[in-house]
Design a protein around this ligand. Sequence first.
Ligand code: GTP
Ligand code: MG
Length: 185
Amino acid sequence: MSAPNEPGLSDHHLPEVALVGRSNVGKSSLLGMLLGAPSLVRTSRTPGRTQLLNLFHYGDKLAFMDLPGYGYAKLSHQERDRMARITHGYMVNRVPLKGVLLLLDARREEVSEADREMAAFMLKHDRPVLLVATKADLVPKNRRLAQQRRLEKSFGVPAGWSVMCSSKTKEGEGELWRRIHELVS
Ligand code: GTP
Ligand code: MG
């Protein structure tokens, strides 16, 4: 189901996991991989595609929330404020929310200020966070581990705290599922 904001969402009794991250980082693609149904979740080459709260039930076990991305420069200030309000309202008020996947592009050298602010916001509201480095297929194999450690260091979290994945090759899918189960249990 889709809703324009948190009060518009229906309640359920499943643990809910949300995906957050900068626009175009690969949230919808990763969710399509996890659901085993890439075509179910709308992805786009154009940043700013996901503008509603999109909730997906995964059998009778879990629910996933695909959130709008942040940091897309081409949106108007008004539009960006509106999306930030929607995301913040969801994070603060959503009762079934058990954990958050914070997605980072595996190719990035540094974690952006917007990502740090988002992580701080979630921790402030007691939402457990798992870091997921996306698009691993775009980092040469022999540099992936070093790049993962670099992102962890830049974020200030211990080595092994993040998971590296590719929605394209499904690399890391098993590990990501294990960590999601840990996150919600
Ligand atoms: P917004 O909804 O705009 O915030 O974007 P999003 O974070 O949902 O990103 P989306 O999943 O729509 O993907 C953005 C672009 O990155 C698309 O062109 C995808 O095909 C591409 N992409 C996503 N995941 C991967 C990946 O693992 N590998 C590669 N090579 N490309 C990817
Ligand atoms: Mg999206």
